[in-house]
Write a protein that binds this ligand. Structure first.
Ligand code: 3AT
Ligand code: MG
Length: 344
C-alpha cells in the first residue's frame, strides 16, 4: 500500500487540473466578498468607537492572506492606539466588555465571549448571511503570519489553488475544526506551503531565509518573535533563481501533496512541518515527543499547531489523506457521478 505512486495517466492529470481550478474558483471569495469583509470591519469599528474612542480593528487570516473563501470566517484583532503592545490589559475582562458593547448592535447574533481560552475572543454571527466573526486582542503575530501567507500566495499561480484544495478537503471531511480536536485552516495552509517548499524542485522558496545580499537577513521583533521575511517580490528572482523550475501541473502537485502526507516516509521521519527553514527540523530538535503530526508556527516557534490532536484524530487525518488519493485517482467518474460532484 505504501509503494511509490505510479505516475498518473495524462487523462487523469488533465481531469484533476480542471477539477482543482473549478474547486478553486468556486471556493474563492469573489472580490465583492472581500469588500464585504472590509465593510463589516468598518461598521463594527464605528460601533465600538462609541465605547472606546481610540481603538483599531485589523482584519487578518483568510480575509487578507489570499486563501479566503465563501465559507471562511472573518478574523479581526482589536488594539488601542494608546497602547501599542497590549501591556497591562486584562484580556478576559476586556473581551467581556466588548461582548457587552456589541449587545446593542442590530446585525450581531449568537454573541459569546470565550474568556478561558489561551486566546480570549468574542465570537458572533453578523448580518443576514450570519457570517462568523472572531474578534481577538493584540494578535500581532496573527497579523504578521497573514502577511507571510499572502506573500507566498502570490509567488506562483499554483499556490492558491493547492491551499484551497487542502482547506476544502479538511472542511468537507471533518478534519478542519481545531475547536473540535482537529486542525485549524491555518494549520492546513502551513502544511500545503511546507509541501510546496519541500517538493523537488521547489515551487516556492523559504521567505524567512532569503535576503538581499547588500542588506542581509534582518531581525524584526514582534512580541518576542523574529517576524522577518523577504518582502521584495519584485526582486525575488534575484535572490531565489528557481521560479518555474518545477513544471508539475496543479493536478500532479495535488496528488503529490496527498501522497506526501499519506506516506509512512513522512510520518516515520519524525519531521516537523516547518515553513521557516529549508533544512529538516525534527521533533527531537524541539523536544516535541508526540507521535502525532507536529506543525511549527513560523513565528511563534514554541507553538505546535498539532498539540491539541488526539492519537485517534491524528490517525483519522492521515486516513483522510490516504482516502483522498484513492478518491482523486479514480478517473473520471465514480458510481456514475462526475468526480467534482462526489467530493467525499
Ligand atoms: P478560513 O478561511 O477562515 O477557514 P484562515 O486562513 O482564516 O482560514 P483560521 O480562521 O483558522 O484560518 O485562522 C485565522 C488566523 O488565526 C490565522 C492565524 O493567524 C490564527 N490562527 C488560527 N489557528 C491558529 C492556531 N492554532 N495557532 C495560532 N494561530 C492560529
Ligand atoms: Mg479565518
Amino acid at each position: 500500500d505504501m509503494s511509490p505512486m505510479s505516475p498518473p495517466s495524462k487523462d487523469l492529470v488533465a481531469h484533476l487540473d480542471h477539477l482543482c481550478l473549478e474547486i478553486f474558483k468556486t471556493r474563492c471569495a469573489e472580490d465583492s466578498g472581500l469588500r464585504d469583509r472590509a465593510e463589516i470591519r468598518d461598521d463594527l469599528l464605528m460601533w465600538l468607537r462609541q465605547f472606546y474612542r481610540d481603538i483599531d480593528l485589523h482584519l487578518f487570516g483568510s480575509s487578507l492572506n489570499g486563501f479566503g473563501g465563501k465559507s471562511s470566517d472573518i478574523d479581526m484583532c482589536l488594539t488601542f492606539q494608546s497602547n501599542g503592545t497590549g501591556e497591562g490589559l486584562n484580556f478576559p475582562a476586556l473581551v467581556e466588555e466588548i461582548q457587552h458593547a456589541l449587545k446593542g448592535h442590530k446585525s450581531v447574533y449568537q454573541l459569546v465571549a470565550i474568556t478561558t481560552a489561551k486566546v480570549p475572543i468574542v465570537k458572533f454571527a453578523y448580518g443576514r448571511n450570519r457570517i462568523q466573526v472572531d474578534i481577538s486582542l493584540y494578535n500581532r503575530l496573527g497579523i504578521m503570519n497573514t502577511q507571510l501567507l499572502h506573500a507566498y500566495s502570490i509567488i506562483d499561480p499554483r499556490v492558491r489553488p493547492l491551499v484551497y484544495m487542502t482547506k476544502n478537503l479538511a472542511k468537507t471531511t471533518g478534519i478542519g475544526d481545531a475547536s473540535r480536536g482537529s486542525l485549524s485552516s491555518y494549520a492546513y495552509s502551513l502544511m500545503s506551503l511546507y509541501f510546496l517548499q519541500q517538493v523537488s524542485p521547489p515551487v516556492i522558496p523559504v521567505l524567512q531565509e532569503l535576503s538581499d545580499p547588500d542588506v542581509g537577513v534582518k531581525v524584526e521583533t514582534v512580541d518576542g518573535a523574529n517576524v522577518y521575511f523577504y518582502r521584495n517580490q519584485d526582486k525575488l528572482d534575484d535572490v531565489w533563481p528557481h521560479r518555474n523550475e518545477n513544471k508539475s501541473s496543479l493536478g500532479e502537485l495535488w496528488l503529490q501533496l496527498l501522497e506526501f502526507y499519506s506516506s509512512k516516509d513522512f510520518h516515520s521521519s519524525q519531521r516537523v512541518v516547518c515553513i521557516r527553514k529549508k533544512d529538516p527540523l525534527y521533533k527531537f530538535d524541539k523536544l516535541w515527543t508526540s507521535t502525532n503530526i507536529c506543525i511549527e508556527d513560523p513565528f511563534d516557534l514554541n507553538h505546535n499547531l498539532g498539540s491539541g490532536l488526539s492519537k485517534r484524530m491524528n490517525i483519522f487525518i492521515v486516513k483522510t489523506f490516504q482516502k483522498a488519493i484513492k478518491h482523486f485517482s479514480s478517473f473520471p467518474k465514480r458510481d456514475g457521478m462526475p468526480l467534482e460532484k462526489y467530493y467525499f
